[in-house]
Design a protein around this ligand. Structure first.
Ligand code: FAD
Length: 390
């Protein structure tokens, strides 16, 4: 008897069809206009929420669909393959593990049904700080316990979607670095209700970027939050954030694969259509081969991403696979983007083809949420056992 294909995701087809139908209502001109204005795609985010797609990872008991990460990854991949962009909403999916695994029953019962229904938006994730950069344990934002609340002081940067979110997952130091045994101790995670915070100790300043990404810097000046906002145990937050990072890497890799598929499809269609020297440009092997190579690279990255998601869903360790998937997928999508511009010649630069927009959008993923060097460092040191460099 043939073995069932462990990577068979055909049961996801109805969900992917829903994604395709939804994205068809948000074609290129919608994204171009948002890009030109640098405006948040509110209608798209609302449609994704209404359709239940954004609540894929929220358990059914809290009003979500209770789907595995493999399904969430397929949803985000399809969004990107349709030419849309999930950066405006993906944080809710990749922070979900932190809330589900480490949040209290009260936190889950209070927030998850409202997040699933769209009454509350969980789209802000405050980890990165201007001085610490990638060295997360060196963050200096402090949360000091005072009776039944914490007082937050400090600054975050690149806190995306903060202006379009009601809740934020925040990492802050609760014990100074020089007073803990290990530098990873003494960090805590909070679920901050931003509706009460803005103007009362929280200030948000937008940052204009290479592409349309609602990112910001945020400042905490004696922001008081209830002690009940703490997720899990005080001082153990670094571990909770690390826990969620494999999911984040897999979801981002999936977006890259979606982008890669879009670039390959778009370039293929153009190469068949565009006539120069009385023949389609795609008849020249110099044009064909880069498209074929991009296709092969995207497919290979997809295999690693699916394997990472499969391991994640079975509860097996998947740090190696998730990191490698994110690196391979972000590099494959970037090379596919470059190929797509080249295939389009001058028209690759014209706004109306969407190629230059997608090219700018997909560049992010070699830097955020984690840069390629840090992934290579993880593989070198944690997988291959090479000496630690930092
Ligand atoms: C558009 C955008 C949205 C973002 N959204 C969020 C968000 O919502 N929440 C959030 O918390 N963060 C967010 N980030 C931050 C993002 O995760 C960081 O930019 C990223 O992790 C890199 O950190 P850094 O910018 O501080 O780079 P740095 O740490 O300053 O590193 C700069 C460069 O040096 C390299 N480098 C540093 N140290 C080493 C080393 N030891 N060995 C080899 N190379 C090294 C890095 O690979 C990188 O290429 C976002 C960033 C961007 C650009």
């Amino acid at each position: 008897m043939p073995h069932a294909d462990p990577m068979d995701t055909s049961e996801l087809e109805p969900i992917l069809e829903t994604v395709r139908k939804l994205c068809a209502d948000f074609p290129g001109p919608y994204w171009r206009e948002r890009d030109r204005e640098r405006s948040y795609p509110t209608a798209f985010v609302e449609a994704m929420t209404r359709s239940g797609l954004l609540g894929a990872l929220i358990p059914e008991v809290y009003g979500g669909s209770g789907l595995p990460l493999t399904a969430a990854a397929a949803i985000l991949e399809e969004v990107h393959a349709c030419g849309a962009n999930a950066a405006a909403l993906h944080a809710q999916m990749y922070t979900m593990g932190t809330v589900l695994r480490h949040g209290s029953e009260t936190q889950k019962a209070t927030y998850l049904p409202q997040i699933a229904s769209g009454a509350l938006r969980l789209q802000a994730f405050g980890v990165t700080e201007p001085t610490a950069g990638t060295d997360t344990t060196s963050i200096s934002t402090r949360a000091d316990r005072q009776g039944d609340h914490y007082v937050i002081n400090g600054q975050k940067v690149w806190t995306s979607r903060a202006e379009h979110s009601d809740l934020m997952i925040l990492l802050a130091r609760t014990t100074p670095k020089d007073q803990v045994a290990r530098k990873t101790d003494g960090l805590s995670v909070f679920l901050v209700d931003m509706r009460d915070a803005v103007g009362n100790g929280l200030t948000i300043k937008p940052i204009r970027t290479l592409f349309n990404h609602a990112t910001t810097e945020i400042f905490f000046d004696n922001l008081k939050i209830p002690a009940s906002a703490l997720i899990g145990e005080e001082g153990k937050g670094f571990r909770y954030i690390l826990d969620g990072m494999n999911a984040e890497r897999i979801l981002i890799a999936s977006e890259c694969i979606g982008d890669g598929r879009w670039f390959v499809q778009t370039a293929t269609a153009y190469a068949k259509d565009r006539q120069v020297f009385n023949r389609p440009i795609g008849q020249n092997q110099g044009v064909q081969f880069p498209i074929a190579r991009a296709y092969a690279e995207v497919r290979a990255a997809k295999l690693m991403t699916r394997e990472a998601a499969r391991l994640y869903d079975t509860g097996a360790p998947c740090g190696e696979e998730a990191n490698i998937a994110k690196m391979l997928a972000s590099e494959a999508s970037w090379r596919a983007a470059d190929m797509c511009v080249q295939t389009h010649g001058g028209f690759g630069f014209a706004e109306e083809y969407d190629v230059e927009r997608k090219f700018r959008e997909t560049r992010l993923y070699q830097v955020a949420p984690i840069s390629t060097n840090l992934i290579l460092s993880y593989v070198a040191e944690h997988v291959l056992g090479l000496p630690r460099s930092y």
